[in-house]
Design a binder for this molecule. Structure first.
Ligand code: AMP
Length: 217
């Protein structure tokens, strides 16, 4: 399905910076940045029976079933004409990785962001988002000029409902048990280039330089 496309999987804990760095990669190379979290949040807003079900699962920090996520993702990959796709938040477990392969999507690169739990908790619990643009702020590290207001549009910022401390803890548990094993899976998979970055206590701009340089080589 992805013929000659470069397919880059962003792997790392929630709050590792996959969204931010995925957006930078997309801008630099023209690749499509596909976040399954964003796709599911869009789906959730549709007031359908599935949307209501999704809301409950996501607000508890659990994983949505592969039967729902995989078709949404594959439709999105198929619709893109970019020469590369950046998968942000997918796969989340081995079953999803295998389904992706079965759907003909060949992963070429895995970018693993290694970050400590303490930093994840501080990043996510202080995160504010401008929904229409996806701009992300942090109340301490990257505050907006006026508290609660987007710098560019003057619109209200919001908190993600799963960025509360107890749900962050749950998301980290799910990451450890379900997603972390993907690192050894991709390490052992022929044809995949694995790039590892330590992103704890580093500025976004410094991490971005390292990320871009990997693909400029
Ligand atoms: P994210 O925006 O990547 O932090 O994802 C937010 C939430 O969306 C997760 O906690 C899950 O409930 C759901 N989600 C996102 N991607 C997936 C996926 N690949 N499989 C299952 N659930 C997902």
């Amino acid at each position: 399905m992805t013929d000659q496309k470069r397919v880059i999987v962003l792997l790392g804990k929630p709050g590792a910076g996959k969204g931010t760095q995925g957006a930078a990669l997309s801008k630099a190379f023209g690749w499509a940045h596909i976040s399954t979290g964003d796709l599911l949040r869009e789906e959730m807003l549709r007031d359908t029976a599935d949307g209501v079900k999704l809301r409950g699962i996501m607000e508890r920090g659990q994983l949505v079933s592969a039967e729902i996520v995989v078709p949404i993702l594959c439709r999105k990959i198929e619709a893109t004409e970019a020469s590369g796709v950046i998968l942000d938040g997918f796969p989340r477990n081995l079953a999803q990785a295998e389904l992706l392969a079965q759907n003909g999507v060949v992963v070429t690169d895995v970018l693993y962001f290694d970050v400590e739990d303490d930093e994840v908790i501080s990043r996510l619990s202080g995160r504010w988002i401008h929904k229409p643009s996806g701009r992300v702020y942090h109340e301490v590290n990257n505050p907006p000029k006026v508290s609660g207001i987007d710098d560019v549009t003057g619109e209200q910022l919001v908190k993600r409902s799963d960025d509360s401390r107890d749900v962050i803890a749950k998301r980290l548990d799910v990451y450890r048990s379900e997603t972390q094993p993907l690192l050894s899976y991709y390490e052992g998979l022929k044809g995949v280039q694995l790039h590892q970055l330590d992103v704890s206590h580093k500025a976004i701009s410094v991490i971005q330089e390292s990320v871009l340089s990997i693909f400029q080589r």
